[in-house]
Ligand binder design. Structure first.
Ligand SMILES: Cc1cc2nc3c(=O)[nH]c(=O)nc-3n(C[C@H](O)[C@H](O)[C@H](O)COP(=O)(O)OP(=O)(O)OC[C@H]3O[C@@H](n4cnc5c(N)ncnc54)[C@H](O)[C@@H]3O)c2cc1C
Length: 399
């Protein structure tokens, strides 16, 4: 099969760029994804999304499918180890009329929305959606060639003028194009579990930086029967962590949640190895990497998908301002895309890594400095406003 644009990966980033490019039918798009192995594929995570991401997801047609499960974040409380000094970031720091600092949505709901969106676009003949395509091969390609090929395990081949790789952190496209990446592991795992608590969360998110790694508590919508729910992301050293999770949750979740426990009937807690990856280039001949295929971050700052959606929006804008990838200046578009996304991705990836390291160190000097920093921020509304606008994408909303 031949097409103008092949999007490899129908996860949140792949579906988002498909939703941005397909309406209008300016080019032939094929979205390729592996067959789904489990129903709904709810892995227990709640993803925190910024103002900017909400706008992109709205434009791509995904936000409407998320609505019942979207929970606003009104307040973020940051704790540093055992220090009594906590930093509170409030939506009112953005102004009296601010709707929220951001939103959370269950990862399973986002994935279902991605699939529904792709199925709807396919039903409208705006694209072709092959959700049984397990890509195994992508031969090297030179600037002279007019297409890039993707081969599936079952022998099918797709030829595309441009391949957009949204195939996740272990991207086949990145590896086959021999694009090197800076990467390391943190020697820790994130355990994600859904909890229930007797007191309402009041739309508060917690980030508690502990010596063994951060603990995050993200608010979720109440269950239909009124049960209060949140998601916990607990960083552990798998070699040392022997205490049962439910006991750790009771000990670590702050008192204002009341009595907190693992949520009965929720997806079983899943562990994610924590690492950092950033591709040196986002492009190769007739190939663009977006989202986790280009960069994978520690989840402490909840920025991974937010960055990925900005990749998708930027690339879509460049392609739509051209001829949907049909003209021969794909090379210029790819260059412009790499240039446009480099600074934001490098800054956010660097800031996330620094955050993990600065708050993870046991050095008394660094501890003193960061606590002084937190106190300064707590005392300065202008500095808090700036920090919130940077972290939540509220700046771009104002433009
Ligand atoms: C514990 C944890 C918490 C997180 N919390 C947040 C948060 O709060 N906020 C945030 O912004 N980010 C968060 N992230 C990051 C976020 O989950 C990722 O950035 C996001 O899921 C990446 O989306 P993606 O579409 O690029 O990749 P993926 O979600 O990995 O999707 C890749 C798609 O490609 C398909 N695919 C892969 N290989 C092939 C192949 N060979 N053939 C066919 N199809 C293929 C897969 O089937 C899949 O559908 C978190 C991550 C973790 C681990």
């Amino acid at each position: 099969m031949r097409c103008d644009i092949a999007i490899l990966g129908g996860g949140p980033a792949g579906a988002c760029i498909a939703g941005l490019l397909a309406p209008g039918g300016r080019c032939r798009i094929v979205v390729l994804d592996r067959p789904v192995k489990t129903d709904g594929k709810d892995d227990g995570r709640a993803l925190a999304l910024t103002h900017g991401s909400k706008q992109i997801l709205k434009k791509a047609g995904l936000w409407a499918h998320l609505k019942p499960e979207v929970c606003p974040i009104h307040r973020v409380r940051v704790f540093d180890g055992t220090s009594s000094c906590a930093l509170t970031l409030d939506r009112e720091d953005l102004g009296k009329s601010a709707e929220a600092l951001g939103w959370t949505v269950p990862a399973g709901t986002l994935l279902c929305a991605a699939r529904t969106c792709l199925e709807n676009l396919a039903a409208q003949n705006a694209l072709t959606y092959l959700n049984d395509f397990d890509a195994q091969d992508m031969p090297a390609c030179t600037d002279d060639e007019s297409v890039r090929r993707i081969g599936a395990a079952d022998g099918r081949t797709i030829e595309a003028a441009l391949v957009i790789a949204a195939d996740g952190r272990n991207s086949l496209a990145r590896r086959k194009a021999l694009i090197p990446a800076r990467k390391w592991t943190y020697g820790r795992e994130a355990v994600v579990a859904r909890i229930t608590h007797t007191a309402p969360h009041n739309f508060t998110a917690i980030e508690h930086f502990r010596a063994s790694g951060p603990l995050a508590v993200l608010p979720m919508t109440d269950a239909k029967d009124g049960t209060h729910r949140s998601t916990v992301v607990l960083t552990i050293d798998p070699r040392k962590n022997k205490v049962p999770l439910d006991r750790q949750i009771r000990a670590l979740v702050p008192d204002f949640y009341g009595d907190a426990h693992l949520l009965p009937g929720a997806p079983p807690p899943i562990s994610w190895p924590l690492g950092h990856l950033h591709a040196y280039r986002y492009t190769a001949p007739r190939l663009a990497l977006i989202a986790d295929a280009a960069h994978g971050l520690h989840p402490a700052a909840a920025q991974g998908l937010n960055l990925g959606l900005r990749d998708a929006a930027t690339l879509a804008e460049l392609l739509l301002s051209d001829d949907g990838g049909q003209r021969n200046d794909v090379l210029q578009i790819l260059k412009a895309y790499d240039r446009a996304r480099r600074a934001d991705n490098t800054l956010t990836a660097g800031a996330t890594d620094s955050l993990v390291r600065i708050f993870g160190t046991g050095s008394p000097l660094v501890r003193l400095a960061r606590r002084a920093g937190l106190r300064l921020l707590a005392a300065s509304p202008a500095a808090r406003r700036h920090l919130i606008r940077r972290a939540t994408g509220a700046m771009s909303q104002k433009r």
